[in-house]
Design a protein around this ligand. Structure first.
Ligand SMILES: Cc1cc2nc3c(=O)[nH]c(=O)nc-3n(C[C@H](O)[C@H](O)[C@H](O)COP(=O)(O)OP(=O)(O)OC[C@H]3O[C@@H](n4cnc5c(N)ncnc54)[C@H](O)[C@@H]3O)c2cc1C
Length: 436
């Protein structure tokens, strides 16, 4: 191993987690990121682990797959999940964070670790082994071309939602509530049918920003722009991100026809994002059309929504389930670029790559997370033969079914989660090095 130890390229979600796991096992890390000298089109902060769109790491209950994955990561001493827990903001049953506070905390822990040396620069070629490439879906420069040559890459399009300034919201028109009476974490902008109808009409006819090579059929189904949802049918948004279910407007005592939810984006509560409103509308069109949302007539945008091409490896046949390059035991990839989809999934792949690299450098066996765990199931997904390989969010469908029949979806999910945690805890004594 070179004196510099392991080179981790990319100080995003996966790269920071991988670097931390390596350093926690006594391994020197050189962490390279081009920020703040150069930014991808979606990044803007000079801190590491930047959340480029939503500030939510999704559901936090065990009966929900992202909740299970986060609990597994907690038990595996994930740096990023502990930073998320420490910087959480109210968001009902979800784990949402103070965006800047989260990145600042991760950055501080990374920079203060004596085994991690941070280097600023854009890498245009693969570094010397051992390495972990975690440059994300917007990998820049010559490195992107080199990776493309190695494996062949695929792509889709991903959009981000806008963030508005709390002071500019008309609080007389919105009401505070979480769905089904589970607290009051969200600001809800209620619409009657007339308002909804006008909004959908303007939304579907608004001008979109041109995106190079964009094709509607290459959108990621789990993160569709609001205008694409609206074009699927008049009520599509009202059954999607604008659904009013479980939200009673205190002024009428009834569920509104549709609702736009605003979620707190920072600890101070000065910023709110429009939940599920990722978009590629032109900026002036966002101001005009989203200005039709009751309470947002004079909204000041701290950040507009935008769309980007999102590149990922054709991982099956190229990566093993530990995110290592097949045939090259000390070359790893991690994060969204491997075909996992989402913040928490990217963290999980970074953790797997980091602990496995550490094990391989010490000639230990790979820590194989069982298929029954969410973290293991993701690794299995990206490395399993699949002609139509597409990025995947964690979900219970990736886990093998239960042996015994359990009736009721929630009960079944809870049982799958319990089995996952038992199996994860069960593997720890067998692999002490991996969990040091
Ligand atoms: C527009 C957009 C919106 C998204 N919204 C969400 C969302 O709301 N929720 C969600 O769960 N997921 C979302 N995702 C998907 C995904 O979760 C994020 O992209 C996530 O940040 C991926 O983590 P990562 O560690 O793989 O990459 P990143 O967090 O993007 O980190 C990559 C790092 O590599 C650096 N880098 C890139 N190229 C080079 C180079 N050549 N040399 C040196 N450094 C380099 C970058 O500066 C960056 O810091 C979104 C993705 C995009 C593109």
């Amino acid at each position: 191993m070179p004196e510099t130890g392991v080179t981790v390229v990319g100080g995003g979600l996966a790269g920071c987690e991988a670097a931390w796991q390596l350093a926690s096992r006594g391994i020197q890390v050189r962490l390279v990121d081009m920020k703040p000298v150069h930014f991808t089109p979606a990044h803007r902060s000079s801190d590491f682990a930047e959340l480029v769109c939503s500030n939510s790491l999704r559901g936090d209950r065990l009966e929900n797959a992202p909740g299970l994955l986060k609990e597994e990561l907690r038990r595996l001493h994930s740096l990023l999940i502990s930073a998320a827990d420490e910087t959480r903001v109210p968001a009902g049953g979800a784990l949402a964070v103070d965006r800047e506070g989260f990145s600042a905390l991760v950055t501080q822990r990374i920079r203060n670790h004596k085994l991690i040396r941070v280097e600023c620069g854009q890498l245009d070629a693969l570094p010397e082994e051992p390495f972990i490439i975690a440059t994300g879906p917007l990998t820049e420069g010559g490195l992107a071309e080199e990776i493309e040559k190695l494996s062949g890459t695929l792509h889709f399009y991903d959009a981000a939602a806008p963030v508005i300034i709390a002071d500019s919201i008309d609080h007389n028109k919105v009401f505070r509530a979480s769905r089904h009476g589970r607290g009051d974490d969200y600001l809800n902008c209620p619409m009657n049918e007339e308002e909804y109808s006008r909004f959908i009409d303007e939304l579907t006819n608004a001008q979109c920003a041109p995106v190079k090579g964009f094709e509607e059929n290459l959108l990621f189904e789990g993160c569709l722009p609001i205008e694409s949802i609206a074009r699927r049918g008049y009520l599509a948004a009202a059954f999607g991100p604008m659904k009013p279910v479980g939200l009673r407007d205190p002024r009428t005592g009834r569920e509104p026809f549709a609702v736009v939810q605003l979620r707190q984006d920072d600890a101070a509560g000065t910023l709110y994002n429009l939940v599920g409103f990722q978009t590629r509308l032109k900026f002036p069109e966002q101001k005009r059309v989203f200005g039709l949302i009751p309470g947002c007539e004079n909204a000041v945008f701290a950040r507009y929504g935008m769309m980007h091409r999102n590149t990922f490896l054709n991982s099956p046949g190229f990566l093993d389930r530990q995110y290592g390059m097949i045939g090259y035991p000390l070359r790893f990839f991690a994060g969204q670029i491997t075909g996992v989809e989402g913040y928490v999934e990217s963290i999980a792949s970074g953790l797997t790559a980091g602990v496995t690299m550490a094990a391989r450098l010490r000639s230990h066996e790979d820590p194989l997370f069982p298929d029954t765990t969410a973290i293991g199931a993701l690794g299995r997904y990206i490395s399993t033969d699949n002609r139509n390989f597409q990025p995947m969010n964690v979900n219970f469908g990736l886990l093998p079914p239960l042996q015994a029949k359990v009736s009721g979806k929630q009960q079944r999910y809870l049982r799958l989660a319990q089995r996952a945690l038992e199996d994860l805890d069960g593997m720890k004594p067998a692999l002490p090095e991996a969990f040091a």
